[in-house]
Write a protein that binds this ligand. Structure first.
Ligand code: DMJ
Length: 577
């Protein structure tokens, strides 16, 4: 115990110290936040290594860790394979989690471990395996992981792998890319969702695939073409993307699933979540990475259609691509990436308002449930899980980059705390099976290392991004924006009626990541006041979000009956009327 007199003098000192050492409120503030960032960065660093080391101990070189049983799963062939059909007999994994961890290791500054992992993969990885895999998943996780790591390994400013690296990751990526090509051999050029890595498309393979499955290949396959000089990968992905775009409705909307042989839609309803999400993301990011005008045009029309037909205040429901009428009123965990994309676009106002709602739902349950019924404000009866998904952390990172508002650091902190208190176990991080009971599931998904930990780390320490310009793939793997990959620089694509911001400083205020690909308009609000608004921002038509007609009300999530609009302007199942 300190003597009372000493305590008294400490207190007096604390009270008078500001006048002895004049420190401004903002300096105190900034040192508080700097200390907070350092502390949180360390926490995220520890989370990543807890996940990574347990994977290495209990699961490597298999695909993913089972953290409860401290064992492994060879899950590459299970990804997207909900019925677990055609599982391979002799597949022993492709070190999926190691591949997915490569770029995170670099971002966290662990070049030694990165080098060790690269050399192991160079010597041991083979794709000549009799395994039927999902093209989309294998593309974003494996091809994307390898291509990004190859670029990081050979970065001229910062060669991470010394001497013995002879582009083996690129050779592996090219081998994998070649194995993807038979999937594109369809009458439409739209790829099959599934391909056997050794034998190509299997007999009686399903023709059904998703919009993301056809439209989210261009970053990885395009980068592979640029790196190898062989245009075949980019051409295949581009042909599929163009064909998909040609299938849009007159409202510029797309459905969720389609037939690759006929090019007909199967599911006409779609939103911004599962089955469609990364299609939008890749149109825009392809524009940044390759600078093609076409990508911007497609993205811009698609973005405006989403904001017009799917948005309801801060929420996004689903709608029928043919008539724009609302279908399902559901929030899904995957949709939480959208505010991050809006930051890149420059639509910060819309990004901020929907991000806040996702945060409310996170806080309500402690994590984000997979599906939440917006029309009942309740959980989906079966999809109550949280598989350690990254999307909310991702959007939080982008919003902090754009605004530097410390509130986003607090959001990040509460995400980290939830993950540590609900999902951390002795053997790694476990998914949550049911957010109402916090019962765990024996699975640590590879995207936890590729994305969740990476975005949280970058939120608290973005030094990796200083003086570098990267686009993150949908799986969080960084690809550099290089002028040599650009047909033309993005500025050339900005319509002439959009005014540029007077200075780069102001542009940064709107989007620090890209310097405003969708430009900001400087609006004169009188008396010398200038308001900065994104040219992509469409103000919400109605502030009270009431309905005008039944067609706006969609289908009830639990009974599947159509809802109607009441006289007072509320959507519901007015059974008593
Ligand atoms: C990741 O594999 C990618 O982010 C993908 O685009 C969507 N799903 C998971 C993470 O939730």
């Amino acid at each position: 115990m300190l003597p009372r007199q000493v305590v008294k003098w400490i207190l007096v000192f604390l009270v008078i110290s500001p006048s002895l050492f004049p420190v401004s409120v903002s300096e105190v503030d900034s040192s508080y936040w700097s200390a907070k960032k350092r502390h949180m960065k360390k926490k995220v660093h520890d989370m990543f290594y807890h996940a990574y080391e347990n994977y290495l101990t209990h699961a490597f070189p298999h695909d993913e860790l089972k953290p409860l049983s401290k064992s492994f799963t060879d899950s590459l062939s299970e990804l997207g394979n909900l019925k677990l059909e055609h599982l391979p007999q002799h597949y022993n994994g492709s070190a999926l989690t190691l591949i997915e961890s490569l770029s995170s290791l670099v971002i966290m500054g662990n070049n030694t471990e990165f080098e060790r992992a690269v050399l192991w993969l160079s010597e041991n990885l083979s794709f000549d395996v009799d395994a039927r895999i999902n093209l989309f998943e294998c593309n974003i996780r494996v091809l994307g992981g390898l291509v990004s790591a190859h670029i990081l390994a050979t970065d001229s400013a910062n060669r991470l792998v010394q001497g013995s690296y002879k582009n083996q990751l690129l050779t592996l990526a090219e081998d994998l890319g070649r194995r993807f090509l038979p999937a594109f051999d369809t009458p439409t050029g739209l790829p099959y969702a599934w391909i056997n890595l050794k034998y190509g498309v299997m007999e009686n393979e399903t023709n059904e695939t998703s919009t993301s499955g056809c439209g989210s290949l261009i970053l990885e396959m395009g980068a592979l073409s640029r790196l190898t000089g062989d245009p075949i990968y980019e051409s295949a992905a581009l042909r599929a993307l163009r064909r998909l775009w040609s299938m849009r409705s007159s409202l510029n909307l797309l459905g969720t699933t389609l037939d690759v042989t006929t090019g007909e839609w199967i599911e006409y309803s779609s939103g911004i979540g599962a089955g469609v999400d990364s299609f939008y993301e890749y149109l825009f990011k392809a524009h940044i990475l390759f600078g093609k005008e076409d990508f911007w045009r497609m993205f811009h029309s698609a973005y405006l259609a989403v904001q017009k037909y799917f948005r309801h205040g801060p929420w996004y429901h689903e709608a029928d691509m043919r008539n724009g009428k609302a279908t399902y009123w559901q929030l899904t965990s995957l949709q939480a990436f959208w505010p991050g994309l809006q930051v890149l676009v420059g639509d910060i106002a819309a990004a901020n308002s929907s991000h806040r709602e996702f945060v409310h739902v996170w806080k309500k349950f402690g994590v984000l449930p997979e599906r939440y019924l917006l029309d009942h404000l309740m959980l989906h009866p079966t999809e109550k899980y949280y598989p350690l998904r990254p999307e909310l952390a991702e959007s939080t990172f982008y919003l902090y980059q754009a605004t530097k508002d410390p509130w986003y650091l607090e959001v990040g902190e509460s995400i980290v705390n939830s993950l540590n208190s609900y999902t951390k176990v002795d053997g790694g991080f476990a998914s949550i099976r049911d957010v109402t009971t916090m019962q765990l599931e024996d699975h640590q998904h590879s995207f936890f290392l590729a994305e969740t930990c990476k975005y949280l780390y970058l939120l608290f320490d973005d030094s990796f991004l200083v003086d570098r310009n990267y686009v993150f793939t949908t799986e969080g793997h960084p690809l550099p924006v290089l002028s040599s990959w650009h047909d033309r620089l993005p500025e050339a694509y900005i319509p002439s009626n959009w005014t540029f911001l007077p200075s780069e400083k102001q542009a940064r205020r709107a989007s620090a990541m890209t310097l405003q690909v969708c430009p900001a308009m400087s609006l004169d609000c009188g008396h010398g006041c200038q308001q900065v608004k994104s040219a992509c921002h469409i103000p919400d038509a109605r502030s009270d979000h009431r309905c005008f007609g039944d067609e706006e009300c969609g289908v009830d999530a639990t009974t599947c009956r159509r809802r109607t609009c009441s006289m007072a302007g509320y959507c519901g199942l007015w059974l008593f009327i």
